[in-house]
Design a protein around this ligand. Structure first.
Ligand code: FES
Ligand SMILES: [Fe+2]
Length: 432
């Protein structure tokens, strides 16, 4: 349970709030680079700020406040120039650094031009995604080169859902191993029961554990019937501080990297990104277009009737998160011993805010180029999510909505048929 004040501290992401400032110390992904290929501009809302991403005529990207500092028209309809973008209303021109370059109908006055500079944030590309840094310029860290974002020759895709909820309740799900037993286990069994199908997939958690490491915290589970040397228990998988989960890794035959990034749009909206990078099996010829761009897709959470879609693991998660309310009211919760991960994560958030306020870097900030060559995250390397087949596994997750799902099945499980719905019931429930 938290006081109302603490709940605000942990959830508010606007500029000037403690958590908002902490979030601004980390690079945040907001789009796939390919999404700007056919457009000159794109509106972006991040951490409560309305922004416009644009390309100038030299192909350089800029991310600036959406509203023009002249009389507030939107740069979303701006005209690209050699060195920036012009506002569509009166043609004032700005660079990607937010500097006013030109005021066409004014007498040239450098002091006035200087005065009307506009907020602008650096953008970098990694693994086909675009990341923004919105913190103090003198604190800008390196964009961390986590394994799955830099692995060579992978097939990448990015699913996205704009969720009507605060970011923190989504992250708390990632330090809550027990939920898999229920939400993805018993609840799924109950759905099937109503269809007249008997399945038993839930596995009981005997123990859970959490261990802090350089970039966040790993979570560990020992499931009934598994041994203490299982990787689920010895290695686990990481929550990368402050707002990313890394799962997956598959096995030798179907290695992949899988991230879930919870980017705060504002206090009550979160852009949920699923970023997967698949390593094709040796000697497979992969069509070039699959290697060139990151395929993007939307992940729905409600059907045409307005009901939650709960036939896949990610849909089940989104149902639970959204049902907690726009900002979960933590003054009314009752944490038990099985919620130890939640308590640990909240403590970490408060501790890192404090460090930042005392002038130190919060955890996981990378400034050393050598360290950043490749950051290998701790992760199970023999996780057989797809023990009942690659195609079946995809059907059980957000990946079913990916436009390249059939291509991936053809590569990783050639000759497979689309599995019958009931087959998915043999899924391993303890996924995330
Ligand atoms: S409002 Fe942008 S130039 Fe006038
Ligand atoms: Fe889940």
């Amino acid at each position: 349970m938290e006081s109302a004040e603490n709940n605000k501290l942990l959830t508010q992401v606007g500029r000037g709030t403690p958590m908002g400032e902490l979030m601004r110390r980390y690079w945040q992904p907001f789009a796939a680079a390919s999404e700007l290929d056919n457009n000159w501009t794109r509106r972006v809302r991040l951490l409560g700020e309305d922004l416009v991403l644009f390309r100038d005529r030299q192909g350089r990207r800029g991310l600036i406040a959406e509203q023009c500092p002249h009389r507030r028209a939107s740069f979303a309809h701006g005209i690209p120039t050699q060195n920036g973008i012009r506002c569509p209303y009166h043609g004032w021109e700005f660079s990607g650094q937010g500097k006013c370059l030109n005021q066409p109908n004014e007498i040239d006055n450098p002091a006035f031009r200087e005065k009307v500079s506009t907020p602008a944030y650096p953008v970098q590309e990694l693994g086909g995604l675009l990341f923004a840094y919105m913190g103090p310029p003198d604190k800008q860290p390196l964009l961390p080169r986590f394994d799955g974002f830099v692995a060579k020759g992978t097939i990448r895709m990015m699913g996205r859902a704009i969720l009507p909820i605060n970011w923190l309740q989504i992250m708390e799900n990632s330090v809550d191993p027990i939920h898999t037993e229920w939400l993805h286990g018993h609840h799924y069994e109950f759905q099937k029961e109503q269809e007249g199908i008997k399945v038993a997939i839930s596995a009981r958690h005997e123990k859970i554990d959490f261990r802090e490491f350089e970039f966040g915290v790993t979570k560990h589970r020992l499931l009934e019937g598994h041994s203490e040397d299982s990787e689920d228990w010895t290695v686990g998988h990481p929550v990368v501080f402050p707002n990313m989960l890394a799962v997956g890794n598959g096995d030798e035959k179907s290695r992949y990297y899988s991230f879930q990034i919870r980017v705060p749009v504002d206090d009550e909206t979160t852009m949920h990104i699923w970023y997967n990078a698949y390593v094709p099996p040796k000697d497979t010829v992969v069509p070039q277009h699959l290697l060139d761009t990151v395929a993007t897709y939307d992940v729905p959470f409600k059907d045409a009737k307005g009901d939650f879609i709960v036939d896949n693991v990610d849909g089940q998660d989104m149902m639970a998160w959204i049902s907690q309310g726009a900002i979960a009211d933590r003054t009314l919760e009752n944490l038990g011993a099985s919620d130890q991960g939640i308590a640990i994560y909240r403590r970490m958030l408060r501790r890192e805010i404090k460090k930042m306020e005392q002038g130190q870097d919060p955890m996981g900030i990378v400034r050393d180029e050598a360290r950043n060559a490749l950051i290998d995250l701790p992760n199970e390397k023999k996780k057989h999510h797809n023990s009942d087949g690659f195609a079946s596994f995809m059907l059980r997750t957000h990946a079913k909505y990916s436009p390249i799902a059939p291509d991936l099945v053809a590569i990783f499980e050639p000759g497979s048929r689309t599995p019958a719905a009931g087959k998915a019931a043999e899924a391993e429930a303890a996924l995330y």
